[in-house]
Design a protein around this ligand. Structure first.
Ligand SMILES: Cc1cc2nc3c(=O)[nH]c(=O)nc-3n(C[C@H](O)[C@H](O)[C@H](O)COP(=O)(O)OP(=O)(O)OC[C@H]3O[C@@H](n4cnc5c(N)ncnc54)[C@H](O)[C@@H]3O)c2cc1C
Ligand code: SF4
Length: 850
């Protein structure tokens, strides 16, 4: 059989998907060889997840190409060798290196280029776009010598870029031409809510700002706008939209759409025979799509056509969810209510920063679309419901209104019809996911992802996939999987059990015996926490240091200006004058800002990395220790003065609080844990808003569990009444240890208790009546923790190797970070605003964090 050649131009997300489909769907077996020309020097990577590179995801981890994939003899990947011309008559392409390749079919997958507005001064040094790994490398290098940055464009990508600049420590401004952020996706009210959330992150926002020109003024750039004050910044990132990369197609004489993009029909065929275009370079079904999911659909259509099928691309879902740390924004379906007769249901809570709008049909029976700002937890279920045939279950208002306890009523996966599209990136329906479990033998989320592709691109549907898998497995009578992440099939609780029973002390052993791959942001800190819970050893030694998240990594809390805060433990809020004097002297000598926290201790802000050891030396020498404000562990035990001083007090709440705080300090747990002790029912310590609350009674103590403050405040529930101190402490020991043993990752005590079959009653049976025979083990584990506790900062100071990590610049250890500057306010320091910072002179140093 004569083999035919398919040439793919562009090895981006869609080009690579097409090659994968060619293998999966039998095109190779059908006699085709595939030659891929890539302009970039690296194989295809996850551009959607590009920003995670700034959070430590490596280029290898972003790669979309499985090890050995291109070893197949029918596949030929030519990196860093872009195609420079196409001869549609001779049916050949010529590459930059001079290769001429004849094709039987040609697919253009050249993607887009970032749009840079044609204003004077838009190009030159310190001006960047945000599209490729190389762009990000350039931005990071430039940011190391900069203090301020601007992002031109307040859309989806612009906000991602702004978040990246912020994470690099730059004082960042987003400049948006439209009157609101994300103008395409959200409406005016949603834009206002989003703006508040973005500003809370410390990013400045200028909307309605039309950049007229960018001037070079010495080392900085001055952005001049049609109206308003100019903005001086050290670097500018353009993220003001994309333009289809159709230059190659134009020069080959292919037709392009009026607004750009290779014009294709519904078979994705361009204006020359056997030439196709897919992804962002194509204008298909009347437009360029700008998201990855439509490109994947187009790739599937082309492979189908090459196999003799009649697949067609007729349009795609444009739902989007923002991937900013800490900001929930989603827009889906007919978000702007353009459907004739559409009705809008709006719920706004400006105090909580939540705005929700649902668009429903004129008879209020069908969901058409929506906008969610501040709380997009319902997005995975609402998005597939929108535009589906399924009627809204119950009253549509329930979908947006919070219930009386503060949580949304929402709608479950069960309400979705089988045809509802759960994963829009890979076009996977609920029916396909369910079938993968019932007919395909998949027994966990990872298997369903592997089999259907659902959840493998932007990841926003993974929660819903998990729910569907669990429901289907329940229906089959199979116990469902709670796999922690793709690298471990076990849940956090199961991993904890494995580590405990097998006495595993290292990440590499756990990964090699029970996991796969290299680990991720989910499993690494979880395993670090488990290892720390079971073995009070130093949390940063050896490979354990590489598992920790940012705060644990420096044993301090990272603040928004790149400095750290220092919080010594003040058990029960009781502090001696000597310790107050030491704290005051340290703050004065190191120029730190001091504030009393809600947990009754003193936080010192503004410390540079290299100042942490000398600060802690002074505190440790004076008999103080780490307050673990940075860890998922016990924070504080807040107390009132109680019986000793207060006329109303009936027990000594301060002494008990101190005992509890010293007992549980440093115990790593699935999430932070807070406690409170009040000396009488007047509750001055607000103990019922804590995970563990103790309130004194005439004859002893009442214990409450499962309370929290935060976004959805919850009062703790009464667990024990009128017990003596020993019983109280023993019970807290057991509940806390059981929580450490069995809770999910990042699960606070309240949802942990709610998730138990039998809830509070079950918990009481386990820890009070010992219904599972676990109490001895829980007691022993807590006794071991108490015996082996050691202060992390004292341990750090005692070891020069451990101290070595506390430098600003690894390649210049004695140089403080020049981008940090303060001004005085109310007799203390505060971070300087950009216009208040001194200019940084001297050589530019690349920041290399250890
Ligand atoms: C920061 C960021 C975040 C994003 N977030 C999302 C998101 O949340 N959801 C979403 O759906 N989409 C998102 N996108 C968009 C998504 O990445 C694109 O839709 C997707 O990458 C398009 O794939 P593509 O293959 O068409 O283009 P690309 O991935 O851009 O690939 C095109 C490739 O072709 C190469 N090329 C160009 N010309 C030639 C030539 N002549 N010869 C050889 N090679 C050539 C280019 O160098 C490039 O490598 C995001 C994009 C960015 C930059
Ligand atoms: S809770 Fe009771 S004991 Fe404690 S300070 Fe308030 S009134 Fe006094």
């Amino acid at each position: 059989m004569t083999r035919r050649t398919l040439v793919v131009v562009g090895h981006g997300m869609v080009g690579h998907r097409l090659v994968e489909l060619a293998v999966e769907r039998g095109l190779i077996a059908d006699g085709w060889d595939v030659v891929v020309h890539a302009a970039e020097p690296v194989p295809a990577y996850d551009r959607v997840g590009l920003s995670s590179w700034f959070r430590g995801t490596t280029a290898d981890e972003l790669s979309l190409v499985r090890d050995g994939f291109f070893d197949h003899p029918a596949l030929d990947l030519r990196l860093d060798d872009s195609v420079v011309s196409i001869d549609v008559d001779a049916r050949t392409v010529t590459s930059r290196s001079g290769h001429v390749t004849a094709y039987d079919a040609l697919v253009l997958a050249t993607g887009s280029t970032a749009f840079v507005p044609p204003v004077p001064g838009a190009t030159g040094a310190h001006r960047f776009v945000y599209r490729t790994l190389e762009d990000l490398e350039r931005i990071r290098a430039a940011a190391s010598g900069a203090r301020t940055g601007a992002v031109v464009g307040g859309g989806l990508l612009g906000l991602e870029a702004a978040d990246a600049l912020r994470s690099l420590g730059l004082d960042t401004t987003v400049v948006e031409f439209a009157p609101r952020l994300m103008p395409v996706q959200v409406d005016e009210a949603g834009g206002q809510a989003l703006r508040r959330l973005v500003e809370e992150l410390g990013v400045h926002v200028r909307t309605g700002a039309s950049t007229q020109r960018i001037e070079e003024t010495g080392d900085t750039l001055r952005m001049v706008f049609a109206e308003g004050e100019p903005l001086e910044v050290d670097l500018v990132v353009f993220s003001a939209g994309i333009r289809p990369d159709d230059a190659l197609a134009r020069s080959a004489g292919l037709q392009v759409a009026e607004r750009g993009g290779v014009l294709v029909d519904d078979a994705c065929m361009a204006s020359a025979s056997d030439v196709y275009a897919v992804g962002e370079c194509a204008s298909a079904a009347g437009r360029c799509w700008g998201l990855v999911a439509p490109g994947y659909d187009q790739a599937a259509v082309v492979v189908d056509r090459l196999l003799g099928g009649d697949g067609a691309f007729t349009g795609a879902d444009m739902s989007t969810k923002l991937k900013l740390m800490g900001i929930d924004v989603a827009s889906f379906g007919d978000a702007h209510a353009v459907t004739p007769g559409a009705l809008e249901l709006v719920w706004a809570d400006p105090v909580a920063g939540v705005y929700k709008k649902l668009v429903v049909s004129d008879d209020a029976r069908h969901l058409l679309g929506g906008i969610l700002v501040g709380d997009a937890s319902a997005y995975p279920v609402l998005r597939p419901l929108a535009g589906s045939d399924a009627a809204i279950p119950g009253n549509p208002a329930d979908l947006v209104l919070p219930d009386r306890a503060g949580g949304p009523v929402g709608v479950g996966a069960a309400a979705l019809p089988g045809s509802a599209q759960v994963c829009s990136c890979r076009d996977v329906s609920k029916g396909e996911i369910c079938a993968a479990v019932t007919d395909g033998g998949c027994r966990d989320v990872a298997a369903v992802k592997g089999c259907t592709g659902a959840g493998t691109v932007c990841g926003s549907c993974v929660g819903l996939v998990k729910e569907l898998v669990a429901t289907e497995l329940d229906g089959l009578g199979v116990t469902s999987s709670n796999a922690l992440c793709e690298h471990f099939d076990l849940s956090r609780a199961e991993l904890f059990e494995v580590v405990r029973v097998k006495d595993i002390r290292s990440w590499s052993r756990l990964l090699s015996e029970h996991g796969r791959g290299r680990g991720c942001d989910i499993c690494k800190p979880t395993v670090a926490s488990i290892l720390a819970s079971l073995d009070n050893g130093y949390v940063l030694d050896g490979e354990r240091g590489t598992l920790q998240d940012t705060n644990d990594h420096m044993l301090a809390n990272l603040q928004k200006d790149g400095t750290y805060s220092v919080v010594p433990r003040i058990p029960g809020g009781e502090v001696t004058p000597e310790h107050l004097i030491v704290i005051g002297r340290v703050a004065k000598d190191f120029g730190l800002y001091t504030k009393i926290t809600g947990g009754q201790r003193i936080d010192m802000f503004g410390a540079r990395v290299e100042q942490l050891p000398p600060i802690w030396k002074r505190l440790v020498d004076a008999g103080m220790e780490s307050g673990h404000a940075y860890g998922k562990s016990l924070r504080t035990v807040k107390s009132c003065v109680g019986q000793t001083w207060c006329r109303f007090g009936v027990q000594d709440s301060t002494t008990l609080a101190i005992e509890l705080e010293l007992r549980y300090r440093g115990l790593r747990s699935p999430h932070k844990v807070k406690m409170g002790v009040s000396g009488c029912a007047r509750e001055c310590a607000e103990a019922r808003s804590k995970d563990f609350g103790v309130i004194a009674t005439e004859s002893g103590w009442n214990l409450y569990v499962g309370g929290n403050g935060g976004f959805r405040p919850r009062h703790a529930d009464l667990f024990l009444q009128d017990v003596d101190t020993d019983t109280l402490v023993r019970t807290i020991d057991r509940v806390l240890m059981l929580y450490v043993f069995t809770a999910d990752r990042l699960q606070r005590t309240a949802p942990w208790i709610e998730s138990m079959d039998g809830g509070l009653e079950h918990l009481r049976a386990v820890v009070v009546d010992d219904s599972l025979g676990l109490c001895a083990e829980l007691d022993e584990a807590m006794a071991r923790h108490v015996e082996t506790y050691s202060d992390e900062w004292a341990d750090t100071l005692a070891d020069p190797e451990r101290l070595a990590r506390f430098t600003s610049f690894v390649n210049a250890p004695d140089v403080p970070d020049p981008s940090i500057a303060f001004v005085e306010e109310r007799g203390q320091i505060r971070p300087a605003r950009p216009d208040e910072k001194p200019l940084v002179a001297g050589p530019v140093l690349e920041v290399v964090r250890s």
